[in-house]
Ligand binder design. Structure first.
Ligand SMILES: Nc1nc2c(ncn2[C@@H]2O[C@H](COP(=O)(O)OP(=O)(O)OP(=O)(O)O)[C@@H](O)[C@H]2O)c(=O)[nH]1
Ligand SMILES: [Mg+2]
Length: 359
């Protein structure tokens, strides 16, 4: 199996192209005496543009190529020749990429939907050729202006995967098994903890072609907020999800107590971000095919005062009921800012005032 490094935050340097210089030149042609100024303008420098791309799922490319530079404008020439504009540098980023100004720590934009674009470094304007400087008293101007340098910026890109629901739970609870059962995603499944080391998104397609995106994130353990296990950093990928799904190994297969597991996960989520802990959630009692599960479920209901959905990701019993409940819950709790596969809008950092102060 080919392992790809999953990169979800990266620091990049963007540089707009310099504008081309204007030109000082005079028309020289047989039988045309005193032809006058004919130096053209320089071209505008290219801009660096970030564009949300549905086919990209990691910031890996930018991790290896953090310097992104647009092409310079070409200088003007005689015979009123204007320089070409510099080529833009179009940088594809995954949908759900937040763009932060590294120096001011201000959120510039959230490129959520495919086609959303943001101009992050504008190219410099081109200089003026001497044709612009002739006046009634100065018919042979020898002045032109130089192009302006392109904008330079340092940015921090943070990827928060766009999903409607996020699966959370202890390692080995069966999150990846459930994602495999409901979507065409192929996360690795194995009976050892932390099989999943990168978040994975699966798309569930219903009979009426409605789609919901479900994120499977690595397992969380006690004190994950202190960096134990794989930590809690990847919880950023369920931050956009309107609904959290707690997958509990109700059989307590590794001698663990399901009630304890559930409480610890709730606590870790709260310590990561209190706001995430207030998100609507459902509890799924997985591994109900194992004999111990039924007994555990009774005490789980009593102690946690929740109503878990019974399921076995392995035998797939209860999966259709889970999907129906999940869909209803997502519809009820759709956040204002959601992923729309078709939309795409364009903006520039200067058109767009900062969205929010940094946390
Ligand atoms: N008996 C039974 N076993 C299950 C069920 N669901 C998952 N398993 C098994 O539990 C083990 C762990 O499953 P995964 O789906 O990899 O668990 P996970 O929650 O993704 O684990 P991490 O990726 O390590 O966090 C695998 O051996 C699965 O075959 C179930 O409903 N019943
Ligand atoms: Mg897994």
């Amino acid at each position: 199996m080919k392992l790809h490094k999953f990169i979800d935050h990266v620091k990049i340097y963007v540089l707009g192209g310099d504008g081309g210089n204007g030109c000082t030149s005079f028309r020289r042609e047989k039988y045309v005496p005193l032809g006058g100024p004919d130096g053209g303008d320089g071209g505008i420098g290219g801009s660096v543009i970030l564009r949300a791309d549905a086919d990209s799922d990691s910031l890996l490319k930018l991790y290896y190529q953090p310097h992104q530079k647009a092409g310079p404008g070409i200088s003007g020439k005689g015979q009123q020749m204007y320089g070409h504009n510099g080529a833009d540098c179009l940088v594809p980023v995954p949908c759900g990429t937040e763009v932060w100004d590294f120096d001011t720590n201000v959120l510039l934009a959230d490129l959520l939907n495919p086609g959303d674009t943001l101009v992050v470094a504008k190219g410099g304007t081109g200089g003026l050729g001497n044709i612009h400087f002739s006046t009634s008293t100065n018919r042979a101007p020898r002045e032109h202006t130089d192009g302006k340098p392109g904008e330079a910026r340092t940015l921090r890109l943070e990827l928060k995967l766009a999903a409607d629901a996020g699966l959370v739970g202890y390692p080995n609870a069966g999150k990846s098994s459930l994602l495999t059962a409901i979507s065409h995603a192929h996360p690795r499944i194995a009976p050892y903890p932390f099989t999943t080391i990168n978040p994975i998104i699966g798309t569930v397609i219903f009979d009426d072609f409605t789609k919901i995106r479900v994120a499977d994130v690595p397992g969380i353990i006690e004190n994950a907020h202190l960096g134990i296990g794989l930590g809690v950093d990847f919880l950023r990928h369920v931050e956009r999800a309107g609904v959290l799904v707690h997958i509990v190994d109700m059989a307590g297969s590794e001698g663990r107590d399901p009630v304890d597991d559930f409480r610890k996960i709730r606590e870790e989520i709260k310590l990561y971000k209190a706001e995430l802990a207030e998100r609507p959630f459902m509890v799924v009692a997985n591994k109900m095919d194992l004999p111990e599960a039924a007994e555990h479920l009774k005490s789980f209901k009593r102690k946690t005062r929740t109503k878990p959905l019974k399921m076995s990701a392995m035998t797939r019993d209860g999966v259709p009921e889970f999907l129906a409940a999940l869909r209803a819950m997502i519809d009820q709790n759709r956040p204002a800012k959601t992923y729309h596969p078709q939309s795409g809008k364009s903006r520039s950092t200067s058109d767009n005032p900062p969205v929010a102060p940094a946390p």
